[in-house]
Write a protein that binds this ligand. Structure first.
Ligand code: TYD
Length: 234
């Protein structure tokens, strides 16, 4: 994590080796993303965190990917619809990137400029893990595509909620969406992808043990937020 405080003025954003490693969003606001495999409990933890931050007086925007805008939700419907099983992997990567580009330009960047705390359920690490590793499209191309799509907007902090397969499977929807319906091998590659991302970007991505009660996990989430961004003591 760099030395910048959440309320410091924006910095000039430049693309270099540290780009995915913790350069941060460069804005007055704070950009936090949540990642993990399907059923890890991200959405609940985000809502709990948002409530806690609002109590502290922050203006918090909660959004999700793919989605968060009318266009994004329409793209989401296409992406998750099991009828499109067998969609070309490049089309899939481009659709995720398209939804992201629109969400960043219309929702996330304006909120960060305004000094808000933005919590996003999944962001570019999902594309690296699912498309880059899971589909085998490779990290480099996914980074290039997403750097372009987001015009270099990277999270200040990413929380990876880590939960065993056996515990996650109990939380999955009865009717799997197109991604959930992929075979075990695909999900194993995605999980491996996340592990590699954690190793590659230890300053930006923090692992959260997602076992236990919602309150226990939330305590861990807040401890990391406090350690990295000092939002609760500010
Ligand atoms: P969603 O129902 O939001 O999953 P979850 O509740 O687990 O977050 O569906 C999003 C699915 O899309 C999920 O399986 C992960 C996948 N995905 C990608 O493959 N690439 C991406 O860039 C994003 C954002 C999501």
């Amino acid at each position: 994590m760099d030395e910048r405080h959440p309320l410091d003025p924006p910095e000039e954003v430049s693309l270099d080796d540290s780009v995915l490693g913790g350069m941060g969003s460069g804005y007055k606001g704070v950009f936090i993303t949540f990642e993990g495999l399907d059923g890890c409990g991200k959405s609940t933890q985000m809502e709990l965190l948002a409530a806690g931050l609002r109590e502290r007086g922050y203006i918090v925007l909660v959004t999700r990917e793919p989605g968060g805008t009318a266009l994004g939700e329409a793209i989401r419907d296409l992406l998750l619809d099991p009828r499109y099983h067998g969609m070309s992997t490049r089309a899939e990567a481009l659709l995720y990137a398209a939804a992201r580009a629109h969400l960043v330009e219309r929702v996330i960047r304006p909120a960060l400029e305004d000094g808000q705390v933005v919590l996003c359920d999944r962001y570019l690490d999902s594309s690296l893990a699912y498309q880059g590793y899971g589909r085998g499209l490779g990290n480099d191309d996914m980074i290039t595509l997403n750097v372009w799509a987001t015009e270099c907007l990277f999270p200040d902090l990413t929380l990876f909620l880590d939960l065993d397969d056996s515990l996650r499977s109990g939380r999955l929807a009865a009717v799997p969406d197109r991604l959930e319906a992929e075979d075990e091998e695909f999900h194993r590659r995605v999980a491996q992808g996340y592990r590699e991302l954690l190793t590659l970007h230890p300053h930006r991505i923090r692992r959260i043990d997602a076992r236990g009660t919602e309150a226990e996990v939330q305590e861990r989430v807040r401890a990391v937020i406090e350690e990295e961004l000092e939002l609760f003591s500010h």
